[in-house]
Design a protein around this ligand. Structure first.
Ligand SMILES: *Cc1c(COP(=O)(O)O)cnc(C)c1O
Length: 373
């Protein structure tokens, strides 16, 4: 008999290597001690709430809670396809776009593979890529928007996936169509380009492309969308992706069939069909953005409004007496919750969600006091 080797065995189940550097997600603050009804401007939620038609569709599902959802997602996929003029077969719905992003990364990224993340893409992208054991390379955004040159410099023939958010978060700037096309042309054909278009619903600009045209003209680009932002359904967890047949097939192999709940899909289908309501929310948001920009400009030097195409904006503090931390504290003393920009985000900035007009007025009042004081 050979002598037994003494192998040191772990005394608890061993964590997958990709998880070792991760820490649990911490949600933005939603309470301030001493304030009964704080104005929460930290999570880019839609303060209009969903379309009344969506809320009604949700209520109607309450009599059928014992039934499984339609795993083929026919009704919601049809509604999205009709409203956006796209192919229903290219759509997959999921438990927020976050789930779809995770599925895409799991489907295409193996341990040790390289994944390129644009600096201001969705924070969960790095979690999903790390969990998969990927080597993450960040592409900086020197102009505060996804940058084709830095993405192409970061990627190589071995890059499995490139993830951008357009508009990005926490800035709200998009990659213009020509630059998106140049990015795709410069990437290897076998690199999956994931365009997270969570804030696309807010953008009104001739040179904006959600990624839809690349999805339809090739086999290596996929776009993710959400009902969490403009459609006001963040609490229901419902998002969708639009991809070419090979990518849809890949995701279909691993997705859990019922992650999009019946009530969420019913509400989302009604929401997307209520085009008047979405236009109202979009136009309201964009008017408020202009108004806030003008209001911040009146506060003079020391504070700067960073242009945004989404339902949030960055304030940049440019002198030593005024800081994002100081402004955040002043806002919180007044019952308003902003979102500090995490490590890796643009320095010296504070992110604030566009709220209803009286909420935005409250922000401007506090900022005026803070900058004047
Ligand atoms: C809010 C947000 C999403 C949406 O995530 P859901 O899982 O659909 O709620 C996606 N990407 C970015 C950049 C976001 O800020």
């Amino acid at each position: 008999m050979r002598p037994r080797l003494e192998v040191e065995r772990p005394s608890t189940p061993e964590l997958a290597p990709g998880l070792r550097g991760l820490t649990p997600f911490r949600q933005g603050k939603s309470e301030i001690p001493g304030h009964m009804n704080p104005i929460k401007l930290s999570a880019n939620e839609s303060h209009h709430g969903p379309s009344p038609a969506a809320a009604e569709a949700y209520r109607q599902r309450s009599s059928e809670l014992f039934r499984y959802p339609d795993g083929a997602q026919v009704e919601l996929r049809r509604a999205i396809a009709e409203v956006f003029g796209i192919r229903a077969e290219g759509i997959v719905c999921g438990n927020g776009s976050d789930e779809l992003l995770q599925l895409l990364i799991r489907a295409y990224v193996r341990p040790g593979d390289e994944v390129v993340l644009s600096r201001n893409c969705f924070a969960m992208a790095s979690v999903h890529a790390s969990a998969q054991g990927a080597r993450i390379v960040y592409a900086e955004e020197p102009a505060l928007r996804p940058d084709t040159d830095s993405l192409l410099a970061a990627a190589n023939a071995e890059t499995r996936a490139v993830v951008i958010a357009s508009p990005n978060n926490p800035v709200g700037q998009y990659l213009p169509r020509e630059e998106l096309m140049r990015l795709r042309r410069g990437l290897a054909d076998n690199t999956l380009l994931i365009v997270d278009a969570a804030y696309a619903d807010y953008v009104v600009a001739d040179d904006f492309d959600t990624g839809q045209s690349l999805v339809e003209s090739g086999s290596n680009t996929v776009m993710t969308r959400t009902f969490s932002k403009l459609y006001g359904l963040a609490g229901l967890r419902i998002g969708w992706m639009y991809g070419p047949p090979n990518v849809v097939d890949a995701v279909a192999r691993i997705r859990t069939p019922f992650s999009a709940s019946a009530a969420a899909m019913a509400a989302a289908a009604a929401a997307v069909r209520d085009v008047h309501y979405s236009e109202f929310v979009r136009d309201y948001n964009n008017r408020e953005l202009c108004r806030i920009e003008a209001g911040v400009k009146r506060l003079g030097a020391g504070i700067e409004f960073v242009p945004s195409f989404a339902n949030f904006y960055l304030l940049h503090f440019a002198d030593s007496r005024h800081t994002p931390e100081g402004a955040a504290a002043a806002l919180e003393r007044n019952g308003i919750i902003p979102r500090p920009v995490g490590a890796g985000g643009p320095a010296g900035c504070l992110r604030i969600t566009v709220g209803l007009s009286h909420e935005n007025d409250a922000v401007l009042r506090v900022l005026a006091e803070y900058m004047g004081g």
